[in-house]
Design a protein. Structure first.
Length: 279
């Protein structure tokens, strides 16, 4: 039994190496298609999160932004949370529809099927990485002007650890994306259900507000259980608060991300051979 599992694992690794260049090309294609026929092109990676931050800051800044003792520079606080959350929602939604979007190719050419949801997630991670440049510009603007408490912003060596929560979020999104990509083949309504779920998640993560503004204990527990909360807070520890990440949040985020990825891989391998019959 152990030998069989080792052979399967070796075969999967070998296939991944064989098709890694294809994964790279699919990722590039998804990035290009996202901005095809767009006049601003890749510049939307900067403009879209910036416009979202401005709108949300104007609408909610007067409500939550006044909590200066809890929130350091509300626009940057909002931007960091919105940026990570957008990557999660966008990547999982595109992974969810990846098989239907590529069903013509899947039926004609053999390619490891996980390439399609994985390339969708990686292409969004590229866009997310580009958007971080916009975060840098926003951070510098508020630090220099001092607006909205920007004078309290500090930067130190801990900012170099921001890749850790980003990597954990990528792993977690990959696991969720693999699961959703398979389920959506059998149940098409999952796409609409996931839209509703992500809208609910947006308000269940401290993006617009600080966790301590919630006075009901059981609601605080529900928010803390959400894996996105730990990853966003870890990211803020590095780039917003200039402090070492919480080891408790880091351990929780790591375990949840890895377990979700393992479940996603097992579930995907279980159903991947039947996908073509339901497209």
């Amino acid at each position: 039994m152990v030998n069989i599992k080792n052979k399967e694992l070796s075969h999967d690794v070998e296939m991944f190496r064989k098709y890694k260049n294809l994964l790279k090309e699919l990722t590039k294609k998804n990035v290009k298609l996202k901005y095809r026929n767009s006049w601003l092109g890749i510049f939307w990676s900067f403009l879209q999160p910036l416009l979202n931050m401005i709108v949300l800051s104007v609408v909610f800044g007067g409500i939550f932004g006044k909590k200066s003792d809890l929130i350091v520079c509300y626009p940057v606080y909002l931007f960091t949370g919105r940026l990570l959350f957008s990557f999660f929602t966008t990547s999982t939604k595109q992974a969810l529809t990846s098989f239907r979007r590529n069903q013509a190719i899947i039926k004609k050419v053999y390619v490891p099927k996980y390439m399609y949801p994985l390339s969708s997630i990686l292409s969004n991670f590229v866009t997310f990485a580009i958007s971080l440049l916009c975060l840098v510009c926003v951070w510098i603007f508020f630090r220099v002007t001092g607006w909205s408490g920007g004078a309290k912003l500090e930067i130190n060596g801990y900012v170099l650890l921001c890749w850790v929560p980003m990597l954990l979020l990528l792993i977690f999104s990959t696991g969720v994306g693999l699961i959703l990509s398979v389920i959506s083949v059998y149940f098409r309504d999952v796409e609409y259900i996931w839209d509703v779920v992500t809208q609910l998640l947006f308000y269940m993560v401290p993006i617009l507000y600080h966790l301590k503004t919630i006075e009901t204990p059981w609601i605080q527990i529900v928010i803390k259980i959400n894996p996105l909360y730990s990853m966003i807070e870890l990211f803020r520890h590095c780039v917003l608060y200039g402090q070492m990440m919480s080891w408790e949040l880091l351990l929780y985020a790591f375990v949840i991300s890895v377990v979700t990825l393992i479940i996603g891989i097992i579930f995907f391998n279980w159903k991947s051979d039947d996908i073509i019959y339901h497209l």
